[in-house]
Design a protein around this ligand. Structure first.
Ligand code: IPM
Ligand code: MG
Length: 358
C-alpha cells in the first residue's frame, strides 16, 4: 500500500466542484493501483480572506508544506476586486508559490484528437500539437523589487522590476533541458534579448547550461515572434522555457490550441525539498459557480501530473489520461467543449465517467 498525504486547496468559485471530481478519480486510482490518499483541506483565496482576514493563512502554508502534494482549485471572484492588493485572492497564489519554492511551472498544451473541431483554429494547424511550456514561477517582474506607485518628480509613477539572478535562470534551465530530454529533445527558450538586459543574461545562461545537454537542440525566439508562431505553426514547438510574465501570457495563448481553457492541467515543482502543487490552468469562473456545468478535466489531468511527478507513477498517470481520452471518444462533453451530436454532461457526470473508466 502506497500512502500519501494530499493537501486540498479548493479555493473560490468553481474550485470546489472541480477538486471534488478530481477526488473521485483519485479514489478509483486508490482501488486500481493500491494507493491510500489522506486528504487535508485548507482555505485559500477570497474564502480564506472572508473567514480569517488573510487570503493565505499560515495554517494553509504549514499544511501544504507538510503534505506530499498539493491540489489547488482556483482563487478569485469579482467581489474581491476592490480589496487592497495585499489581501486580494491572487496574492495567495503568488504567496503559496513562493512559500513552497515552486519555481518550475509545467504547462502542457496538447490537443486531444477528439477535440480538434472545438478549437477556434483550423484542424490541420492544431491536430497533433503537443507542447510543454516551462514557465519560471517565482521570479521576474512578479516579485522584483523595487515596486510600487510613488510620486516621482511631481508625477504619479508606477514601477516593477524585471529581474533574474543567474542561479534562478540556471535552475529553471536544468528542469527545461531534462524535460526536453524526455520528450522530442527540442528546447526553445523565449526571451526579449533584443531589448532587455535581463533577457540577455537569460539567453547567456541558457547557452551555458545547454553544454551539459548535448542531445537537446536549443533554439531562441523573441517573445513577440513566439506569440505569432504559436498561432501560425504551433507544431514547430516541443518544449518551451521562458520567464514568469512571458510564460503567463504565452501559456494562456497556447491553451486555446487545445479547444478549451477547461482542458489543461499544470504542475508547479520545487527543488524536491517542498511538495509540488497541481492545478488547472483556468480560473475560478465565479459566474458558473454551483451550476454543475464546468469542465473538471483540467483538474483531473492535474492529478495525472501529480501521479507522475510527485509519486513517480507513470502507469497510474497514463490511466487517468487514457480514461479522459476514452470518455471524450465516446462523445461525452461538458458545455465548454460541446458541439452538435455530442452527449452533454454535467461536471459531476464527467467526473463519474472518468472515474468509472480508470
Ligand atoms: C496564472 C494566473 C496568475 C498569474 C494570477 C491569477 C496571479 O494568471 O496562474 O497564470 O499571473 O500567475
Ligand atoms: Mg495566467
Amino acid at each position: 500500500m502506497k500512502e500519501f498525504n494530499i493537501c486540498l486547496l479548493p479555493g473560490d468559485g468553481i474550485g470546489c466542484e472541480v477538486v471534488n471530481e478530481a477526488k473521485k478519480v483519485l479514489s478509483a486510482i486508490e482501488k486500481k493501483f493500491g494507493y491510500k490518499f489522506n486528504y487535508k483541506e485548507e482555505l485559500i483565496g477570497g474564502i480564506a480572506y472572508e473567514k480569517t482576514g488573510s487570503p493565505l493563512p499560515q495554517i494553509t502554508i504549514d499544511s501544504a508544506k507538510s503534505s506530499d502534494a498539493v491540489i489547488l482549485g482556483a482563487v478569485g471572484d469579482w467581489k474581491y476586486d476592490t480589496l487592497p492588493p495585499e489581501v486580494r485572492p491572487e496574492r495567495a497564489l503568488l504567496g503559496i508559490r513562493k512559500a513552497l519554492n515552486l519555481f518550475a511551472n509545467l504547462r502542457p498544451a496538447y490537443v486531444f484528437d477528439e477535440l480538434v473541431s472545438s478549437s477556434t483554429l483550423k484542424e490541420d494547424i492544431i491536430k497533433g500539437v503537443d507542447i510543454m511550456i516551462i514557465r519560471e514561477l517565482t521570479g521576474d517582474v512578479y516579485f522584483g523589487e523595487p515596486k510600487g506607485v510613488e510620486i516621482i518628480n511631481g508625477e504619479k509613477t508606477g514601477f516593477n522590476n524585471m529581474i533574474y539572478k543567474e542561479s534562478e535562470i540556471n535552475r529553471i534551465m536544468h528542469v527545461a533541458f531534462k524535460t526536453a530530454q524526455k520528450r522530442n529533445k527540442k528546447l526553445c527558450s523565449i526571451d526579449k534579448a533584443n531589448v532587455l538586459d535581463v533577457s540577455r543574461l537569460w539567453r547567456e545562461v541558457a547557452i551555458e547550461v545547454a553544454k551539459e545537454y548535448p542531445d537537446v537542440e536549443l533554439s531562441h525566439m523573441y517573445v513577440d515572434n513566439a506569440a505569432m508562431q504559436l498561432i501560425r505553426n504551433p507544431k514547430q514547438f516541443d518544449t518551451i522555457v521562458t520567464g514568469n510574465i512571458f510564460g503567463d501570457i504565452l501559456s494562456d495563448e497556447a491553451s486555446m490550441l487545445s479547444g478549451s481553457l477547461g482542458m489543461l492541467p499544470s504542475a508547479s515543482l520545487s527543488d524536491g525539498k517542498t511538495p509540488s502543487l497541481y492545478e488547472p490552468i483556468h480560473g475560478s469562473a465565479p459566474d458558473l459557480k454551483g451550476k454543475n456545468v464546468v469542465n473538471p478535466i483540467a483538474t483531473i489531468l492535474s492529478t495525472a501530473m501529480m501521479l507522475e511527478y510527485s509519486f513517480n507513477d507513470s502507469v497510474a498517470s497514463k490511466a487517468v489520461y487514457e480514461s479522459v481520452k476514452k470518455v471524450l471518444k465516446e462523445g461525452y462533453r461538458t458545455p465548454d467543449i460541446f458541439i452538435e451530436g455530442n452527449k452533454n454532461v454535467s461536471t459531476s457526470q464527467m467526473g463519474d465517467l472518468i472515474a468509472q473508466n480508470i
